[in-house]
Design a protein around this ligand. Structure first.
Ligand SMILES: [Zn+2]
Length: 334
């Protein structure tokens, strides 16, 4: 392997993490997904990440450290732009305040520069370079899951702003009358209206109001087992309650995209994350809302498209941080 031709991408999640070796041309040479250590101490997590990264590098044919250009980490939280320490990691609090790049460099000396970025920011790089956004220069990515992440690319680069909050679309206040409190402490954030829990709550409320629905059968008549996947499955089968849930959620997402269109003027809006896997039952109401409310701006709702890299988006995105010298760079300079 030629010197420095592989970047290691680490996609860190609350329940699992994935590590991949990506070539400069964008080929995923080897990858592995592992459970995030249950003990969840920062040391255990960093040990597990380093061990997985070393195993993946070996499987990718890296003979020695010379083959590695560097590594990137996508984090489900925020990185302080000055210190590169993780400020908050809502699903992995053990990492709050940790300089994850320095910790990994200590365990993998000789692996070159390390970069850290928010996971949506990394995923946007992935879609921009190797995924749905390859042909455009300006895009907005929304990752629809437990929370709603977002990132913006302009002029063919992902941008993040001086406090690295640019693109935190999940925390736009969209419903001033909401009593749902967000993880950020605010009320009426976009992610409290259209995130995973909101979707489940809408379906469960309909069931509890006595509505007949395939959702009940698919969840074994247990409200605790209702998931967005089950609701999507019922919606695809034409179930009225499930279709209504996705219509409502799609309407919220569509309205948020209308704001994004006038704020960012994107060529494409890409929807990724587990909730976007619902497919047309979600995309149809999203596009319809945008068509109705964005007539003035000439944005074609067909340019709201699914993410292409799926589960590997986070790996690609984290590896691209190395090629693009993007994200928060720590350890190498001090
Ligand atoms: Zn919020």
């Amino acid at each position: 392997m030629q010197s420095g031709q592989i970047a290691i991408g680490i996609d860190l999640g609350g329940t699992t993490f994935a590590v991949g070796a990506v070539s400069r041309e964008g080929t995923l040479l080897a990858a592995a997904r592992t459970d995030t250590p249950a003990s969840r101490s920062a040391d255990d997590i960093c040990d597990a990440l380093a061990a997985a990264a070393q195993a993946v590098a070996e499987r990718a044919g890296v003979q020695d450290d010379e083959g590695i250009a560097g590594f990137g980490v996508g984090i489900p939280g925020h990185v302080d732009p000055r210190t590169c320490r993780i400020t908050t990691c809502p699903n992995l609090h053990a990492l709050d305040g940790v300089d994850i790049i320095a910790e990994l460099q200590r365990r993998m000396p000789g692996w070159g520069a390390g970069f850290a970025a928010n996971d949506a920011e990394a995923a946007a790089w992935g879609e921009l370079r190797y995924g749905a956004g390859r042909a455009v220069d300006n895009l907005v990515l929304l990752t629809l899951g437990t929370g709603i992440g977002g990132a913006v690319a302009m002029n063919n680069r992902v941008i993040r702003g001086p406090r690295r909050i640019l693109g935190e679309i999940g925390h736009m206040v969209v419903n001033p009358y909401s009593e749902r409190r967000c993880g950020c402490g605010n009320f009426g954030c976009f992610e409290t209206e259209a995130g995973k829990q909101a979707i489940i709550d809408k379906a469960v409320q309909a069931l509890q109001a006595g509505r007949e629905s395939l959702i009940a059968e698919l969840a074994g008549n247990d409200p605790q087992r209702v998931t967005p996947e089950i609701i999507a499955q019922a919606a695809r089968a034409g179930d009225e309650v499930a279709v209504e849930v996705y219509r409502c959620v799609g309407n919220w997402i569509g309205m948020a995209i209308c704001s994004i269109i006038v704020l960012c003027d994107p060529d494409l809006v890409i929807l990724g994350g587990g909730i976007a896997a619902a497919g047309e039952v979600l995309f149809e109401p999203v596009r319809r809302t945008v068509a109705q409310r964005s007539r003035a701006w000439g944005f074609d709702p067909a340019n709201i498209v699914p993410a292409q890299l799926g589960n590997d988006a986070g790996i690609y995105g984290a590896a691209i941080l190395v090629w693009e010298q993007s994200g928060c760079r720590a350890g190498a300079d001090h």
